[in-house]
Design a protein around this ligand. Structure first.
Ligand code: DOR
Ligand code: ZN
Ligand code: ZN
Length: 448
């Protein structure tokens, strides 16, 4: 039995391993990129190489279903290498890239070209969303190209990112036939456009104007619309970055009705408010906008319950110039989140506000289940050896040390109580104490 065939390639030893919501002391044996055994150290097969976890806690590699990796003509903001390095540094082993790039990913050829560009640069597992194409017959070709799902930006009238209202139902039907999820940025563009016109005409270009033109009712209206379309088409709708309690309760009711609906929240919508003391700061501008303290507190409270399915980073990097424009209308909305999400959530765990197993559910287990990522999202024999070792150590968020090109953060200087110290993708140690060990192109494209 102790032939070379049964021996492991790698064993992670002296670990505390999160298995089925419990911490188990022992190690993990890995072979051919998969978990071969999990258990007490004496019970593990021999391995050609060992890594000492130094009593760190091993959790499943995190999965971010909402990342803007940019690249292509927006590679000055982020590229596939820098973005996936940021993912590994933040403990994420898999990310789903958003299609609002330049050019927009909205047909099978563009998706194929994007994947070709990504292949030689990525250091993590990456899946790609597409926007809906002009021609509904193209939906199936995009699906066959391996898109993880479709994305609709209801907040934009730009028809590269969105489709005419009367085209939405046929597109949703095609997506359902192709067994794809449709992720939605739910904000009503007509409300935003009308309010923006009003504010601009009144000469208002202050920080506050941004919040005026993205009212809560824009989100609630769009969520209602998509729920009724889900009822009509039976498509699985995933609501990105929910920011209002009303939207969350509508989503909860729709689930109870039996509709296929899931939702995510971001760390920034749970931890920052529009009235943050360092106020007039473009790094706080994100869409949907930050809300009130009452809402952030309610969302933090709701995180422990069933209603919220996933925490996603909505990593949305821009150049520092784009974030620091004088007029609010020239500030690019978005917050880089890959390198802050895990530390911020571990801090909630350390303070007793969230259990570690719920954190793992929100950041790995549910994302894998929702998108049907077989072999991901848990530490189990036969699963992919995508693993993250965490440590509850005190640190300060320091955006200048980000691997992302976006070296700023509204969380800069925040004291946090935990971070990822080692990340493994497919059984390879790819990040160690902030250092990226993976070679560009060593990551895999996920085709769903
Ligand atoms: O704040 C945002 N940034 N909201 C979006 O919908 C897009 C995103 C981006 O791509 O920068
Ligand atoms: Zn969005
Ligand atoms: Zn986004």
């Amino acid at each position: 039995m102790s032939s070379w065939k049964s021996s492991a390639d790698l064993a992670i030893l002296n670990a505390r391993i999160l298995v089925d919501q419990k911490i188990l002391d022992g190690g993990i044996a890995i072979k051919n990129g998969k978990i071969m055994a999990v258990g007490r150290q004496e019970s593990l097969p021999k391995a050609s190489e060992t890594i000492d976890a130094e009593n760190g806690i091993v959790i499943p590699g995190l999965i971010d279903i909402h990342t803007h990796l940019r690249d292509l003509k927006l590679d000055y903001k982020e590229d596939f290498y820098s973005g996936t390095c940021a993912a590994l540094a933040g403990g994420f082993t898999t990310v789903f890239d958003m299609p609002n790039t330049l050019p927009t990913t909205n047909n099978s050829m563009r998706l194929r070209e994007k994947i070709e560009t990504a292949k030689s640069k990525i250091v993590a597992n990456v899946g790609f969303y597409s926007c809906f194409p002009r021609d509904e017959n193209e939906v199936i070709r995009i699906a066959n190209e391996g898109a993880v799902g479709f994305k609709v930006f209801l907040n934009h009238s730009n028809l590269e990112l969105n489709v005419e209202d009367n085209a939405l139902i046929p597109m949703l039907n095609k997506a359902r036939e192709a067994k794809k999820i449709v992720a939605v940025h739910a904000e009503d563009r007509f409300i935003i456009e009308e309010a923006t016109k009003k504010s601009k005409n009144a000469g208002n270009d202050s920080y506050d104007a941004f919040f005026t033109v993205h009212p809560a009712r824009a989100e609630i209206k769009a969520v209602k619309k998509m729920i009724s379309l889900s009822r009509a088409t039976r498509i699985h709708i995933h609501f990105c970055h929910v920011t209002t309690l009303k939207a969350l309760s509508l989503i909860t009711e729709a689930k109870a009705e039996g509709l296929k609906i899931t939702c995510e929240v971001t760390p920034h919508h749970m931890l920052l408010t529009r009235n943050n003391p360092n106020g007039l700061n473009g790094t706080l501008i994100t869409d949907p906008p930050l809300r009130s303290r009452m809402i952030t507190m309610s969302f933090r409270h709701a995180l422990g319950e069933e209603g919220i399915d996933v925490v996603a980073s909505d990593h949305a990097p821009h150049s520092i110039n784009e974030k620091s424009a004088k007029s609010i209308w020239n500030v690019s909305p978005g917050i880089p989140g890959l390198e802050t999400t895990l530390p911020l959530l571990l801090t909630m765990v350390k303070r007793g506000r969230l259990s570690l197993s719920r954190l793992v559910e929100l950041l790995a287990k549910k994302p894998a289940e929702i998108f049907g990522l077989d072999g991901k999202g848990a530490i189990k024999k036969g699963f992919d050896a995508d693993l993250t070792i965490i440590d509850f150590r005190e640190a300060h968020i320091s955006s200048s040390a980000f691997h992302s090109k976006a070296k700023y953060s509204p969380f800069d200087g925040w004291k946090v109580d935990g971070k990822a110290v080692k990340t493994f993708v497919g059984g390879r140690l790819v990040m160690d104490e902030g250092e990226i060990l993976a070679k560009p192109g060593s990551g895999h494209v996920l085709h769903l």
